[in-house]
Design a protein around this ligand. Sequence first.
Ligand SMILES: *Cc1c(COP(=O)(O)O)cnc(C)c1O
Length: 382
Amino acid sequence: MRSQFLPFSKPSISEAEIEAVAEVLRSGWITTGAKTAAFEQAFAGYCQAQDAVALNSATASMHLVLVAMGIGPGDEVITPSLTWVSTVNLLRLLGATPVFADIDRDSLMVSRQTVEPLLSERTRLIIPVHFAGAAVDLEPLRQMAAARHIPLIEDAAHAAGTEYQGKKIGQQGTAIFSFHPIKNMTCGEGGMFCSDDVDLLEHIRRLKFHGLGMDAFDRTMQGRSPQAEVQEPGFKYNLTDMAAALGLGQLSRLDAFIEKRTALAERYLALLADVPEILPLIPPTYPMRHSWHLFAVRLDSQKAGMGREQFMAELKKRNIGTGIHFKAVHQQRYYQECLPLPAGTLPNTEWNSERLCSLPLFPDMELDDVDDVVRAIKEVLA
Ligand SMILES: *Cc1c(COP(=O)(O)O)cnc(C)c1O
């Protein structure tokens, strides 16, 4: 058994990144400033996006885009239920109606097939989720959405560095990234809004800082204009330069992180091939670069002779951490009460929600750690 606990995720922070953050702390300018501007530029450059706006979370970014689009009562927004709760919470708080699209059983992603039947006259927006580092099949969704003049906002919280049909997520359309510590790269807390819609970019930039007709930081002013006035009521969602300094370091290592994650994931796939109780996700076959944000598997409880909670508890006893990504939103207590859906409405979502378990996967792990995890799994299942 392992002597040290292996968490399911851990950020990789270099000494150079610690020094970069310390430098900002010593500089006298710690909130949004030149580092944030440089981070936006570097991230847009990495994705080949038209432009990017840094925010203090992906949730904040999603909030702003929903506000910018005027999403509110009477509006329907199509999104999966097997996702993090943030988007659905925002829709609820804005008085809009989340309409849940089912997912593919093995990639956990929505598709044109599952979204199209849900379109109605009240559909205002579609929010697909790139899951676990794989890319949603965007092209059919984009064609469908364009034909109906319905915008598409990609939840790319798992997809920094992911490519679809040879293009980075974020290069085309509108995508929202997260830099929470478990994501592919982190800045403590943070998010990035990438878009090819210039008006939307400007609107997000304005809304993120009190609705002043300007950014939180003006390079030419070395601060911000004290004369700025409110153009419309906005929020306080700007990223700090301390976070941006960390983000810049992480971005420079993102491709190396993904290479390492890929090697670890391949090891898992090879070692788990002869464990019939464990069903890894099956990535789609269209051209993409998987960034392996998560290594999620489904436990076949019948074959295993134990439920998922027991399986996770047994692994924990053997010093192996696990997570659940995710419990379907529509099955969580609040949503069961206010938006009840009969069991079986979203069969693939529900099937996965009961079985999903994320195994340890992070760049500072070694291949030996994967061996430890699989050894512990075999022991638990024996
Ligand atoms: C993490 C996550 C978010 C939210 O990101 P934050 O930066 O924590 O706000 C949104 N969607 C998905 C799918 C996520 O995993």
